[in-house]
Design a protein around this ligand. Structure first.
Ligand code: C2E
Ligand code: MG
Ligand code: MG
Length: 319
């Protein structure tokens, strides 16, 4: 930095009040610190006042983080599989790998409850790597057991793109496990793609050259920018469940779903609908030419052994 360069400094401020919040200087400072974390979380140059709920929320977060770290060490994480079905043939063509935390006391904990915390704390790097390796390991085991080849889809967080070399990781895991690259699909959200476009582009091209496929998850809820659909080497769009939920009652949602299907096809993508729960929804999607779906209508995400049973009911038996 040279002389005369302008530097802009911003401040985040956490505020605790005497005597409302306490009479002891140490306590007031620790409360101001809690408020400061809140101010920082709200963005740069903000201020926040201390409140009891903040301490409670901060405490709960720390508690959950500690439990999650222990869960990783004690092998309490599992991958469940939700079948993806080809609409025309009705056959299972793949599965989405979905993370579950089997807590000995609370039972099954949904990823909705801990993925964002894992992202904030950086634990997502370790967890994401584990999910990828476990899914590829399982996929290879199924192939070796004579199961028909299926595409297995793994969710990849934007944080993994930002903070780790996902290209190197996928290459390593594929070679370690022997799972064929053509059977691996990575699901990313629109925000993940938009954040570091040049970096992501290089990475997608590299992995795609190996045969790995890419899907946009929750399509329609983010930027839904047509520019990036054209720009990035993608294979499929997953229509977000929120557009499927009110079919056939909400005209708007039906039009949005039909438009995504038509647009996706025009751009050369496969289109899959998420969260299909009723035969009416499926019939509508079929009438619009949607390629595939997943949802409770067919099955919830299930443990690997139940997934194999599902396959055998579908005639995709172990040979
Ligand atoms: P997603 O990737 O969009 O996954 C679809 C979610 O919809 C799953 O929730 C699935 O169980 C649920 N779902 C599927 N069909 C139906 C249906 O018919 N009705 C209803 N009500 N729900 C349905 P889940 O498993 O709780 O996962 C939630 C989110 O957590 C996922 O959304 C994904 O964003 C994230 N997630 C899950 N596993 C991983 C992971 O390994 N890595 C990362 N980064 N994120 C993950
Ligand atoms: Mg997904
Ligand atoms: Mg989704």
């Amino acid at each position: 930095m040279g002389q005369g360069d302008e530097i802009h400094i911003t401040a985040s401020i956490g505020i605790s009040l005497f005597p409302q919040h306490g009479g002891d200087p140490d306590i007031l400072i620790s409360y101001a610190d809690v408020a400061l974390s809140q101010a920082k979380a709200e963005g740069r140059g903000c201020f926040a006042y201390y409140s009891e709920e903040l301490t409670l929320a901060a405490r709960k977060r720390i508690e959950l983080e500690t439990r999650l770290r222990k869960a990783i060490e004690q092998h309490e994480l599992r991958v469940f599989y939700q079948p993806q079905i080809d609409i025309d043939s009705g056959r299972i063509i793949g599965a989405e790998a979905l993370l579950r935390w089997l807590d000995p006391v609370e039972g099954v904990i949904s990823p909705v409850q801990f993925i964002s915390l894992a992202e904030e704390t950086g634990l997502i790097l370790e967890i994401g790597e584990w999910v990828l390796r476990e899914t590829c390991r399982q996929g290879k085991q199924w192939l070796d057991a004579g199961l028909s080849p299926l595409t297995l889809a793994v969710n990849v967080s934007a944080h993994q793109f930002r903070r780790s070399d996902i290209g190197a990781l996928v290459t390593k895991v594929l070679s370690e496990t022997g799972f064929p690259a053509e059977q691996l699909e990575l699901e990313m959200t629109e925000s993940g793609l938009m954040e570091s476009q040049d970096k992501v582009m290089g990475l997608l091209n590299k992995l795609r050259a190996l045969g790995v496929r890419f899907a946009i998850d929750d399509f329609g809820t983010g930027y839904s920018s047509l520019a990036y659909l054209k720009h990035f080497p993608l294979d499929s769009l997953k229509i977000d469940k929120s557009f499927i939920d009110d079919i056939p009652h909400m005209q708007d949602d039906m039009e949005i779903a039909a438009t995504i299907i038509a647009m996706g096809h025009m751009l050369g993508f496969k289109v899959l609908a998420e969260g299909v729960e009723t035969v009416e929804q499926l019939a509508f999607l079929q009438s619009k030419g949607c390629d595939a779906y997943q949802g409770y209508l067919q099955s919830k995400p299930v443990p690997p052994d139940e997934f194999v049973k599902l396959l055998s009911w579908h005639g995709l038996k172990l040979s």
